[in-house]
Design a protein around this ligand. Structure first.
Ligand code: SF4
Ligand code: SF4
Length: 80
């Protein structure tokens, strides 16, 4: 790691990150999660959903949070 380089931390549940999360536009996102206003499944504070999810596609790869935190995965609603 170079000097001054910031180590990417885990995703925090902040208003900025909640606003940036694109889950609500995702084909997999469902009414169960909508009712609970669940978002930001990639954060340690939220984690995977208790709602039953089907893999109908995942938009995480297009999300600003995904880019900022250099996340590598998707389907955080299912996998946490
Ligand atoms: S990476 Fe996925 S779960 Fe995390 S904020 Fe973006 S859309 Fe939401
Ligand atoms: S984590 Fe991925 S699959 Fe799940 S709702 Fe968010 S964008 Fe869709």
């Amino acid at each position: 790691m170079k000097n001054g380089e910031v180590l990417k931390s885990t995703v925090e549940k902040t208003p900025k990150n909640l606003a940036a999360c694109v889950c609500a536009n995702c084909p997999s996102y469902n009414d169960c999660s909508r009712g609970k206003e669940e978002l930001l499944f990639c954060s340690a504070a939220v984690g995977k959903s208790a709602c039953a999810y089907k893999m109908n596609g995942c938009l995480c790869g297009t999300c600003p949070v995904h880019k900022e935190y250099e996340l590598k995965s998707g389907y955080y609603c299912i996998n946490g």
